[in-house]
Design a protein around this ligand. Structure first.
Ligand code: FEO
Ligand code: CA
Ligand code: CA
Length: 658
């Protein structure tokens, strides 16, 4: 039963001026989502989804979700539905090469060891089949976003009892980035193939090429690279993308956290402040031993982070390319599709409270017959930022929107132009966030992953939460939004390059137990059996099932009661039903998802198991709680928690989710 069906919905709120209209529409069972999908079932889903089995009639849809939902729990394990199995591999520290040293449970592996092992805190991931659509052998390419010092280093490094050194810095740097792992199904078990010429580690000290409009720009030059043409490494690799020409996209998110200064003075410029570079020291302390992370010494080094990097996973000697045409933000992921004229379109979110949604449209056109010609489609194009308008009615959580080009001629809200403010296109792209500010883009509730429906071309985007929101709008309708929502849009004329779109909210996560009730209870497709908060990872499979991964508050108390650990759910875009598929171990986030082409195996990543986060036992000062006390997943009891990849399959050999 929907929380909104309850009769004790309050009828007033001081924060949302449209609250009464929304509640009335829900009470009369014309809820905004139903309204959006009434006539919208035609305009949003059209014939494509009907043809692929989604069902054209809201009242009698063909079942897309065929599994029994799992209950929320707070166990230190993986829970999957009845009839499903899972296995764990590609753990932090596992070998990738014949000469990889073994992972040491006491965290005494060296920086050199770490460069030959799987990195830490797995995130976005993609399976590239080897051979003809193979579903038994491929390249599993995954991001390693960050490290948890309490597990990553030997005890005492955080407290200062163990000396901090260049070795400590390098070990951390080598645990970030990307792993390319050749994997194969052998006797029912997925294994990493070692040795394999494909296996590769990319990290903070891997040479990369700068490409696109910001290449060679004055803002990209450093003492180590006076031409501004190459950069060293990639950092905070969060979500991912992949291209239809077989490359992997790794997305640099919270790069700001790695920069600080030992100078003792706050000399940050406006750009550094807007992106959140620390005024003095950084949490990672790299600036103490690696001068390029000291912004006072290398003020442009941070400008070389915050990009999307394109990697050819099939050539371990290839140089990764930073694609500056796609903008510099705290990139979450990158979802590719094609415009009507075959230009490449990439949707992207900037994960910060009150930041923006973007899309890139390439200058060149995709040509399936011209593999070499596709290789540099991400090198030049136009970057747009989104404005989500209320549309015909205010307060119904649907509306229309526009895309504004971030190019020199574009007027700014103060009567100037982007060119006058930031100079050439390269300057605008280095200052992407400030350009979005200048044109009045819509401030969103932390844009995370985007995914594009394989049949309809609709884009879905998670807005994970924004507890600090005060002013609301149709797309971000809740003040103090602790739960998040999923928004979707359809471009005018079904053309991904269009400059206008219509949108609605697919789900407003919530909890009927929230003390404020009302919108905090969630939309009609949220119920006692599928409670979750903070949707983050998001992907539509080839059949159009929407897989939702969470990175939220797992305290399971108060306003988060009955949500349990972070989890993965599956939704039917037509019926809007949402069903819980997986619950992760203690303290983790579930993130990253990819399938074998036959969809018989789904790979997901378990990030930061054991991270205290929102847990009630969260320690305040190291080492007042044994860092291993909270999770020991996935090794035998007594082990240090390790991020890892989980592969899940259906015992009857069917597609996962059916
Ligand atoms: Fe790396 Fe926004 O999550
Ligand atoms: Ca509206
Ligand atoms: Ca994320």
């Amino acid at each position: 039963m929907s929380a909104f069906d309850s009769e004790d919905i309050p009828t007033n709120t001081t924060a949302n001026p449209h609250f009464n209209e929304i509640v009335e529409s829900v009470r009369s069972r014309r809820g905004f989502l139903k309204t959006g999908l009434g006539l919208g079932a035609v305009s949003f889903f059209g014939a494509g989804l009907v043809a692929c089995g989604g069902g054209g009639d809201d009242d009698t849809p063909e079942a897309k979700l065929g599994f029994t939902a799992v209950a929320a729990n707070t166990l230190d394990t993986i829970t999957v539905p009845a009839g499903y199995k899972h296995a764990v591999f590609c753990k932090w520290g596992d070998p990738l090469f014949a000469n990889s040293p073994a992972w040491k449970p006491d965290a005494t592996n060296t920086a050199a060891d770490q460069a030959l092992q799987f990195g830490d805190n797995h995130d976005g991931m993609h399976f590239f089949p080897l051979g003809n659509d193979s579903s038994t052998e491929g390249l599993l390419v995954m991001n390693h976003e960050y490290i948890n010092p309490e597990f990553f280093f030997t005890p005492g490094v955080q407290s200062g009892a163990t000396p901090w050194s260049l070795e400590s810095v390098r070990k951390g740097q080598h645990a970030h980035g990307v792993s390319v792992a050749h994997v194969r199904l052998v006797n029912g078990n997925w294994q990493v193939v070692i040795p394999s010429a494909y296996n590769r580690r990319i990290h903070l000290n891997t040479p990369m090429a700068l490409t696109g409009p910001a290449r060679s720009h004055a803002l990209m030059r450093t003492s180590a690279d006076p031409a501004g043409e190459g950069s060293l490494g990639t950092v905070n690799n969060c979500g991912n993308g992949y291209t239809m020409w077989g490359t992997y996209l790794t997305c640099e998110e919270n790069f700001n956290g790695y920069f600080g200064t030992t100078s003792g003075a706050d000399t940050r410029n406006a750009n550094m402040r807007r992106y959140g570079v620390s005024a003095t020291t950084s949490g990672y302390r790299w600036e103490e031993f690696d001068a390029r992370f000291d912004y006072a010494k290398e003020p442009n080094e941070a400008n070389r982070m915050g990009w999307i990097v394109e990697i050819d996973p099939f050539d371990a000697a290839s140089v990764p390319k930073k694609r500056t045409a796609l903008g510099r933000i705290k990139h979450e992921n990158a979802a590719q599709t094609l415009a009507a004229d075959k230009r490449v379109v990439v949707y992207m979110g900037d994960d910060q409270a009150n930041d923006y949604v973007y899309k890139f449209v390439s200058d060149g056109k995709y040509d399936a017959a011209n593999a070499a010609g596709n290789r540099n489609l991400l090198e030049s194009g136009t970057l747009y930022v989104a404005k989500f308008g209320a549309g015909a009615a205010v307060g119904d959580m649907m509306g229309t929107g526009t895309w504004t080009a971030l190019v020199p001629a574009t007027p700014t809200t103060d009567g100037s132009t982007l060119g006058a403010k930031f100079g050439d296109l390269g300057g605008i792209l280095v200052n992407t966030r400030l350009a979005g500010d200048a044109v009045g883009a819509t401030k969103m509730d932390r844009p995370e992953w985007v995914t594009v429906h394989p049949e309809t071309g609709e884009a879905y985007l998670t807005l994970t939460n924004n507890s600090g929101r005060t002013a609301v709008d149709d797309a971000n309708p809740r003040p103090s939004n602790i739960y998040g929502q999923i928004i979707r849009w359809r471009e005018a004329g079904k053309d991904a390059a269009a400059l206008t779109f219509e949108w609605d909210l697919f789900v407003l996560a919530g909890n009927p137990a929230h003390t404020a009730g009302g919108l905090q209870a969630g939309s009609a497709n949220v119920n006692a059996g599928n409670l979750f908060n903070s949707p983050d990872g998001l992907a539509l499979d080839a059949d159009g099932r929407l897989w939702i991964q969470t990175d939220g508050n797992f305290s399971n108390v108060g306003n988060y009661a009955n949500m349990g650990n972070n989890q993965m759910l599956v939704a039917d875009p037509v019926t809007k039903e949402i069903r819980r598929f997986l619950v992760g171990p203690s303290g983790c986030e579930i993130t990253g998802i990819t399938w074998t082409p036959d969809q018989k195996f789904v790979f997901v990543n378990v990030q930061h198991p054991g991270e205290y986060g929102s847990h009630p036992r969260k320690p305040t000062v190291e080492p007042d709680v044994d860092p291993l006390a909270f999770s020991q997943w996935p090794d035998a009891a007594g082990g240090r928690p390790r991020p890892a990849t989980v592969v899940i399959w259906k015992e009857d050999g069917g597609k996962v989710g059916t």
